[in-house]
Design a protein around this ligand. Sequence first.
Ligand code: HMG
Ligand code: MG
Length: 306
Amino acid sequence: MSAHPISGLPEQVTIWEVGPRDGLQNEKAIVNVATKADFVRRLLATGLPVVEATSFVHPKWVPQLADAAELMTLLDNPELPVLVPNERGLDRALELGLKHIAIFGSATETFAQRNLNRGLDEQFAMFAPTVRRARDAGMDVRAYVSMCFGDPWEGDVPVDQVVGVGKRLFDLGASQLSLGDTIGVGTAGHVKELIGAFAAAGLGTGHLAVHFHDTYGQALANAYAALEMGITTFDASAGGLGGCPYAESATGNLATEDLVWMLDGLGIAHGVDLPALVATSTWMAGHLGRPSPSRVVNALAPNDNA
Ligand code: HMG
Ligand code: MG
């Protein structure tokens, strides 16, 4: 495909692949650990610079990822980031010598209760010692903030509320804040407004990532809006796998292939081998027994996509 750049956009971006974590955490089928390890290895082999591998959460809350320790032992790669909500999760990550964790806070009271069994304010008491101990151990910490654009129980979420929670999470000692549209209701103008509000509050694009789910088909438009604002880290999920087990209306993430296709068209460097990625997603679709929802996967591999 020939590139047709648009001036003013970043020349290069980082894709933060979340398929093995955000994708597989929400699949009904529990994928066996050897297949998960192959999935992560194959994703890394496509050139993806970051692959978020799993979560050290309570196994009863997310049984799909109960094999987190076994997976990380098999992979033997301490650079791969994992989700950690609390000190118990951190202890499990430290035992394995991992170097990158991500905490995940909520911009709303209801989702904090449902996802973390804590109130909005209580969540900080859980995260603060977790981040402090992680940083003391030399780990890098990413922070997610969920429900940035709307919440299934509370409806609209005020921008000021999102910025307040996001800044508090970041200021605990994170290196990056990922803005989550957990249920995919955001639209392009809202994305620009939120990123602008973070910049006005002193948290600029260099420290922000965007994490779009595609429930309403807006994820790619939202990614483009974020590009226009100067964002250079984009979360995406191979084949569009994903969702959130504690937010029923959430569907898959922005498909990595769809993002890559747009970036290629714009001539923006990302380092990912698209055919290898499509082959990986169709292979995983076969394991899951359902086709990938990615438009690009369906266009490039219509016969292989289970
Ligand atoms: P809790 O039940 O309140 O935990 O769960 P607790 O602190 O009261 O402890 C109860 C028991 O659980 C104790 O065991 C702990 O040791 C154990 P006992 O002493 O009774 O035998 N425990 C653990 N075991 C293993 N690993 C742990 C752990 N923590 C406690 N880490 C907790 C609180 C936060 C743990 C729970 O609510 C939980 O695991 N939540 C995770 C939910 C989740 O993973 N959601 C999906 C990820 S978020 C997401 O997808 C959004 C995102 O993609 C961005 C976006 O889209 O917006 C990131
Ligand atoms: Mg998510």
